[in-house]
Design a protein around this ligand. Structure first.
Ligand code: NDP
Ligand code: MG
Length: 397
């Protein structure tokens, strides 16, 4: 029986994770769940999964949740705040941690799971983008097992089967990997007239053609910052230099990514675009379990298309490659500026095309330094948020 903590249980990934878990009650039990403010949803999950502990974002939310659970006769212990999140991620009762909080807020608990040597199912790419080497060092020092949930990285992991789960560094020529081919759908604005992008609404940006996801990652997919963050994520997970990671637009989202080997072989992982596949893969690894996802019908899909990304249409992708090449705390600056700019767009404070301009200005303004400690990373994160706020306040609405 694997005992699981789901960080971000009420989100898109959290709900998909619990869907897979519920299909296999003989294999998985839920130790703890977390949410930020969606208390009703978390209460319903506690009624269904009976975790020992549940964590929310504020004292008021904790009071609300405790009252709902009392009324339902559920004995889950209710806590709140970052320390409680770190505690449910590192407790000795836990085997596996699904890291599915969105954004930098997930860094502390995900790092706590890494330091405690847990099996980490990593959806929260922002945590790894921010902390890079420091996070990977924590994983290696504690003997934690890191399994990618992001569909592309899960596909890359699956396309390196010869290494038995011990994924080699791509930069190491002995691995025989020529390139990682990271596929991207191109999002909702792949073919839209660029001149009209300034006028798009949050609802249009969040309407992804293939995937149903949380709002932040949906906007990231529309700007392709999501792919940029994934390039940086692939760099850390697979030891891949920037020039061995190639982004390929593949609008159908059927091939989830590929590994190109020096002998000319290309291995790919395919499937319907449903996150329950990578979630089930990582939960059961190295075994296979049913996920509820329909089998892929290739004759129904009939055509798979590929094209090069247009960096002029998607400047965020170029900004992310620049941050990866700059190294140090540059990716943390990029990530923080992006989080602030995306929230400002969702709050109707800036237009869609101002997202990339705010980020570009922040990374230009702030000097990046060495990422020698988590405190240094968090200081850069805070500085980038303040700079982005100032830039946004100065923009005409
Ligand atoms: P959602 O917005 O759907 O869910 C986010 C979860 O995090 C919710 O449980 C939310 O709680 C919680 N949360 C939000 N803010 C905070 C905070 N400040 N402190 C603690 N918890 C917080 O996001 P997704 O599920 O879409 O994405 C989660 C992560 O997975 C992201 O890093 C994303 O990039 C990654 N990912 C997602 C994919 C997808 O298909 N959705 C695919 C690949 C990666 P509440 O509900 O109470 O607000
Ligand atoms: Mg992805």
């Amino acid at each position: 029986m694997q005992r699981i903590t789901v960080l971000g249980a009420t989100g898109s990934i959290g709900v998909s994770t619990l869907d897979v878990v519920a299909r296999h009650p003989e294999r998985y039990s839920v130790y703890a769940l977390s949410a930020h403010s969606r208390v009703d949803e978390l209460a319903a999950q506690c009624v269904q999964f009976r975790p020992a502990r549940a964590v929310v974002g504020s004292a008021a939310a904790a009071d609300q949740l405790a009252a709902l659970l009392r009324a339902a006769g559920v004995k889950t212990e209710v806590e709140w705040g970052e320390q409680a999140l770190c505690s449910i991620a590192s407790a000795s009762e836990v085997d596996s941690v699904m890291a599915a909080i969105v954004g930098a807020a997930g860094l502390a608990p995900t790092l706590a799971a890494a330091r405690a040597g847990k099996k980490i199912l990593l959806a929260n790419k922002e945590a790894l983008v921010m902390s890079g080497q420091l996070f990977m060092d924590a994983v290696h020092e504690s003997g934690a097992v890191l399994l990618p949930i992001d569909s592309e990285h899960n596909a890359i992991f699956q396309s390196m089967p010869q290494f038995g789960g011990r994924v080699p560094a791509v930069r190491d020529d002995a691995a025989g990997v020529a390139k990682i081919l990271l596929t991207a759908s191109g999002g909702p604005f792949l073919t839209r007239d660029v001149a009209t992008l300034d006028a798009v609404t949050p609802a249009q940006a969040c309407k992804h053609p293939n995937w149903s996801m949380g709002r932040k990652i949906s906007v990231d997919s529309a700007t392709m910052m999501n792919k940029g963050l994934e390039v940086i994520e692939a760099h850390w997970l697979f030891g891949a230099p920037a020039d061995r990671i190639e982004v390929v637009i593949h609008p159908q989202s059927v091939i989830h990514s590929m590994v190109s080997y020096v002998d000319g072989s290309v291995l790919a992982q395919l499937g319907n675009p449903d996150m329950r596949t990578p979630i089930a893969h990582a939960l059961a690894y190295p075994e296979r379990i049913a996920s509820g996802v329909a089998q892929l019908d290739l004759t129904q899909i009939a055509t798979l298309q590929f094209e090069k990304p247009d960096f002029a249409r998607f400047p965020c992708l170029a900004l992310a490659f620049d941050a990866l090449r700059a190294g140090g705390t540059a990716p943390a600056l990029l990530n923080a500026a992006n989080e602030v700019a995306v929230q400002a767009f969702l709050d109707l404070k800036i237009g869609f095309r101002q997202i990339d301009r705010v980020i570009a200005q922040v990374v230009q303004q702030l000097p990046h330094g060495a990422a020698h400690s988590i405190d240094a990373v968090l200081a850069q994160d805070a500085a980038a948020r303040a700079a982005a706020d100032t830039i946004i306040a100065g923009l005409a609405p």
